[in-house]
Design a protein around this ligand. Sequence first.
Ligand code: C5P
Length: 234
Amino acid sequence: MSASLRRPRVLVTAGPTREPIDRVRYLTNRSSGRMGYAVAAAALAAGCDVDLVTGPVDLAPPPAPRGARLTVHRVETARQMRAAALPAFRGCDLAFHVAAVSDFRPARFVRGKLKKRDLAARGGALVLELVPNPDILWECGQRKHQRQLLVGFALEAADGVRNALFKLREKNLDFVVLNGPSALNATRADVTVLARDGERISIRAEKSRIGGQLVALALERWRRQLHKTKATIR
Ligand code: C5P
Protein backbone atom coordinates (compact mmCIF):
# COMPACT_ATOMS: atom_id res chain seq x y z
CA MET A 1 0.00 0.00 0.00
CA SER A 2 1.31 3.48 -0.78
CA ALA A 3 2.62 5.42 2.22
CA SER A 4 0.00 8.16 1.84
CA LEU A 5 -2.89 5.65 2.18
CA ARG A 6 -1.80 3.61 5.18
CA ARG A 7 -1.09 4.63 8.76
CA PRO A 8 2.29 6.36 9.06
CA ARG A 9 4.87 4.21 10.85
CA VAL A 10 6.81 5.97 13.56
CA LEU A 11 9.95 4.97 15.44
CA VAL A 12 10.61 6.59 18.81
CA THR A 13 13.68 6.00 20.98
CA ALA A 14 13.26 7.08 24.59
CA GLY A 15 14.86 7.14 28.01
CA PRO A 16 18.43 6.62 29.14
CA THR A 17 20.70 3.67 28.45
CA ARG A 18 22.56 1.70 31.10
CA GLU A 19 26.11 0.65 30.45
CA PRO A 20 27.23 -2.10 32.84
CA ILE A 21 30.52 -1.89 34.73
CA ASP A 22 30.07 -5.17 36.59
CA ARG A 23 27.09 -7.31 37.60
CA VAL A 24 25.69 -4.69 39.96
CA ARG A 25 26.96 -1.32 38.72
CA TYR A 26 26.30 0.71 35.61
CA LEU A 27 26.74 4.15 34.00
CA THR A 28 23.59 6.07 33.12
CA ASN A 29 22.10 9.60 33.06
CA ARG A 30 19.11 11.51 34.42
CA SER A 31 16.74 11.04 31.47
CA SER A 32 13.22 10.16 32.67
CA GLY A 33 11.89 9.12 29.25
CA ARG A 34 8.96 11.55 29.57
CA MET A 35 9.61 13.43 26.34
CA GLY A 36 10.01 10.25 24.28
CA TYR A 37 6.87 8.72 25.77
CA ALA A 38 4.99 11.98 25.08
CA VAL A 39 6.08 11.82 21.43
CA ALA A 40 5.02 8.15 21.20
CA ALA A 41 1.63 8.95 22.80
CA ALA A 42 1.08 11.86 20.41
CA ALA A 43 1.98 9.74 17.37
CA LEU A 44 -0.48 7.04 18.44
CA ALA A 45 -3.18 9.65 19.05
CA ALA A 46 -2.51 11.05 15.56
CA GLY A 47 -3.26 7.63 14.04
CA CYS A 48 0.28 6.31 13.57
CA ASP A 49 1.68 2.84 14.28
CA VAL A 50 4.56 3.16 16.72
CA ASP A 51 7.72 1.23 17.57
CA LEU A 52 8.89 2.51 20.94
CA VAL A 53 12.47 1.52 21.74
CA THR A 54 12.90 2.37 25.39
CA GLY A 55 15.68 2.32 27.91
CA PRO A 56 14.82 1.59 31.56
CA VAL A 57 12.24 4.15 32.77
CA ASP A 58 9.51 4.36 35.37
CA LEU A 59 6.68 5.01 32.92
CA ALA A 60 3.82 2.90 31.60
CA PRO A 61 3.65 2.57 27.80
CA PRO A 62 1.18 5.05 26.27
CA PRO A 63 -2.29 3.73 25.41
CA ALA A 64 -2.82 2.75 21.78
CA PRO A 65 -6.17 3.81 20.34
CA ARG A 66 -8.24 1.11 18.59
CA GLY A 67 -6.61 -0.03 15.39
CA ALA A 68 -3.22 1.55 16.12
CA ARG A 69 -0.25 -0.73 16.75
CA LEU A 70 2.24 -0.05 19.53
CA THR A 71 5.30 -2.29 19.76
CA VAL A 72 7.47 -1.70 22.81
CA HIS A 73 11.11 -2.84 22.67
CA ARG A 74 12.68 -2.73 26.12
CA VAL A 75 16.46 -2.39 26.10
CA GLU A 76 19.24 -1.47 28.51
CA THR A 77 22.45 -0.68 26.66
CA ALA A 78 23.14 1.56 23.64
CA ARG A 79 24.10 -1.50 21.62
CA GLN A 80 20.78 -3.17 22.43
CA MET A 81 18.98 0.06 21.53
CA ARG A 82 20.78 0.09 18.18
CA ALA A 83 19.87 -3.57 17.53
CA ALA A 84 16.17 -2.78 18.09
CA ALA A 85 16.09 0.64 16.42
CA LEU A 86 17.84 -0.06 13.11
CA PRO A 87 15.39 -2.74 11.84
CA ALA A 88 12.44 -0.59 12.98
CA PHE A 89 13.96 2.40 11.20
CA ARG A 90 14.12 0.47 7.92
CA GLY A 91 10.32 0.16 7.83
CA CYS A 92 9.34 3.52 9.32
CA ASP A 93 8.21 6.81 7.79
CA LEU A 94 9.17 9.12 10.64
CA ALA A 95 11.74 8.62 13.39
CA PHE A 96 12.12 10.60 16.60
CA HIS A 97 15.37 9.88 18.43
CA VAL A 98 14.58 11.21 21.86
CA ALA A 99 16.69 8.76 23.89
CA ALA A 100 19.60 10.06 25.94
CA VAL A 101 21.99 7.42 24.67
CA SER A 102 25.17 7.09 26.68
CA ASP A 103 28.00 8.25 24.43
CA PHE A 104 30.48 5.92 26.15
CA ARG A 105 30.49 2.50 27.81
CA PRO A 106 33.08 0.74 29.97
CA ALA A 107 35.64 -0.98 27.77
CA ARG A 108 35.43 -4.15 29.87
CA PHE A 109 32.60 -5.83 31.73
CA VAL A 110 33.61 -7.41 35.03
CA ARG A 111 31.68 -10.66 35.38
CA GLY A 112 31.35 -10.63 39.15
CA LYS A 113 31.45 -7.59 41.41
CA LEU A 114 34.48 -5.32 41.53
CA LYS A 115 35.85 -5.64 45.04
CA LYS A 116 37.05 -2.68 47.05
CA ARG A 117 39.81 -4.92 48.39
CA ASP A 118 41.22 -5.50 44.87
CA LEU A 119 41.12 -1.77 44.17
CA ALA A 120 42.99 -0.97 47.35
CA ALA A 121 45.83 -3.15 46.07
CA ARG A 122 46.13 -0.69 43.14
CA GLY A 123 46.34 2.41 45.30
CA GLY A 124 42.58 2.66 45.92
CA ALA A 125 41.76 4.46 42.67
CA LEU A 126 39.35 2.94 40.19
CA VAL A 127 40.26 3.87 36.63
CA LEU A 128 37.45 3.11 34.20
CA GLU A 129 38.38 2.93 30.57
CA LEU A 130 35.48 4.07 28.39
CA VAL A 131 34.96 3.41 24.69
CA PRO A 132 32.51 5.20 22.38
CA ASN A 133 29.07 3.75 21.74
CA PRO A 134 27.62 3.61 18.23
CA ASP A 135 25.71 6.77 17.27
CA ILE A 136 22.31 5.30 16.36
CA LEU A 137 20.91 8.56 15.03
CA TRP A 138 23.93 9.15 12.79
CA GLU A 139 23.55 5.64 11.36
CA CYS A 140 19.86 6.29 10.64
CA GLY A 141 20.84 9.55 8.94
CA GLN A 142 23.20 7.61 6.67
CA ARG A 143 20.45 5.14 5.74
CA LYS A 144 17.59 7.63 5.42
CA HIS A 145 15.75 7.65 2.10
CA GLN A 146 13.76 10.46 0.49
CA ARG A 147 10.43 9.42 1.97
CA GLN A 148 11.63 9.24 5.57
CA LEU A 149 11.74 12.10 8.01
CA LEU A 150 14.31 12.09 10.80
CA VAL A 151 14.13 14.09 14.04
CA GLY A 152 16.94 14.27 16.58
CA PHE A 153 17.29 15.95 19.94
CA ALA A 154 20.19 18.05 21.18
CA LEU A 155 20.74 18.66 24.84
CA GLU A 156 23.19 21.52 25.05
CA ALA A 157 24.54 23.32 28.10
CA ALA A 158 26.09 26.17 26.07
CA ASP A 159 26.19 27.49 22.51
CA GLY A 160 22.94 25.63 21.89
CA VAL A 161 21.82 26.83 18.45
CA ARG A 162 25.27 26.51 16.88
CA ASN A 163 25.80 22.97 18.24
CA ALA A 164 22.26 21.90 17.34
CA LEU A 165 22.66 23.14 13.75
CA PHE A 166 25.94 21.27 13.51
CA LYS A 167 24.13 18.09 14.62
CA LEU A 168 21.34 18.71 12.11
CA ARG A 169 23.88 18.63 9.26
CA GLU A 170 26.27 16.03 10.66
CA LYS A 171 23.48 13.52 11.33
CA ASN A 172 21.45 14.35 8.19
CA LEU A 173 18.31 15.35 10.14
CA ASP A 174 15.14 17.11 9.02
CA PHE A 175 14.57 18.64 12.47
CA VAL A 176 16.65 19.00 15.57
CA VAL A 177 14.97 19.79 18.89
CA LEU A 178 17.22 21.83 21.14
CA ASN A 179 16.79 21.81 24.89
CA GLY A 180 18.86 22.53 27.98
CA PRO A 181 19.95 20.23 30.84
CA SER A 182 17.02 21.50 32.99
CA ALA A 183 14.68 19.50 30.71
CA LEU A 184 16.11 16.23 32.05
CA ASN A 185 13.79 14.59 34.55
CA ALA A 186 11.32 17.54 34.45
CA THR A 187 7.67 17.58 33.34
CA ARG A 188 7.98 20.88 31.42
CA ALA A 189 10.54 21.93 28.84
CA ASP A 190 11.59 24.91 26.82
CA VAL A 191 12.63 23.75 23.37
CA THR A 192 13.59 25.28 20.04
CA VAL A 193 12.85 23.26 16.93
CA LEU A 194 15.32 23.93 14.12
CA ALA A 195 14.35 22.72 10.67
CA ARG A 196 16.66 21.84 7.81
CA ASP A 197 15.14 24.67 5.74
CA GLY A 198 16.05 27.27 8.40
CA GLU A 199 12.63 27.52 10.10
CA ARG A 200 12.77 27.98 13.91
CA ILE A 201 9.95 27.39 16.37
CA SER A 202 10.17 27.85 20.15
CA ILE A 203 7.83 25.93 22.43
CA ARG A 204 7.62 26.23 26.21
CA ALA A 205 5.08 23.82 27.67
CA GLU A 206 4.39 20.52 29.40
CA LYS A 207 6.25 17.72 27.65
CA SER A 208 2.95 16.08 26.67
CA ARG A 209 2.00 19.25 24.73
CA ILE A 210 5.43 19.55 23.19
CA GLY A 211 5.13 15.91 22.02
CA GLY A 212 1.83 16.75 20.29
CA GLN A 213 3.26 19.80 18.55
CA LEU A 214 6.39 18.00 17.39
CA VAL A 215 4.39 15.12 15.94
CA ALA A 216 1.96 17.50 14.18
CA LEU A 217 4.84 19.51 12.72
CA ALA A 218 6.75 16.44 11.54
CA LEU A 219 3.68 14.71 10.07
CA GLU A 220 2.75 17.83 8.15
CA ARG A 221 6.31 18.13 6.76
CA TRP A 222 6.48 14.40 5.94
CA ARG A 223 3.18 14.53 4.01
CA ARG A 224 4.37 17.56 2.05
CA GLN A 225 7.66 15.80 1.27
CA LEU A 226 5.78 12.69 0.14
CA HIS A 227 3.69 14.69 -2.33
CA LYS A 228 6.81 16.37 -3.67
CA THR A 229 8.67 13.09 -4.24
CA LYS A 230 5.55 11.61 -5.91
CA ALA A 231 5.34 14.60 -8.23
CA THR A 232 9.01 14.17 -9.23
CA ILE A 233 8.62 10.43 -9.84
CA ARG A 234 5.61 10.95 -12.15
O1 C5P B 1 25.50 13.99 19.62
P1 C5P B 1 24.45 13.96 20.70
O2 C5P B 1 24.58 12.79 21.63
O3 C5P B 1 24.27 15.24 21.43
O4 C5P B 1 23.11 13.77 19.86
C1 C5P B 1 21.86 13.66 20.49
C2 C5P B 1 20.93 12.96 19.53
O5 C5P B 1 21.54 11.79 19.00
C3 C5P B 1 19.66 12.46 20.21
O6 C5P B 1 18.62 12.51 19.26
C4 C5P B 1 20.03 11.02 20.60
O7 C5P B 1 18.87 10.21 20.70
C5 C5P B 1 20.91 10.60 19.45
N1 C5P B 1 22.01 9.67 19.81
C6 C5P B 1 22.00 8.37 19.32
N2 C5P B 1 23.05 7.53 19.63
C7 C5P B 1 24.09 7.96 20.38
C8 C5P B 1 24.11 9.28 20.86
C9 C5P B 1 23.05 10.11 20.57
O8 C5P B 1 21.05 7.98 18.65
N3 C5P B 1 25.09 7.12 20.67
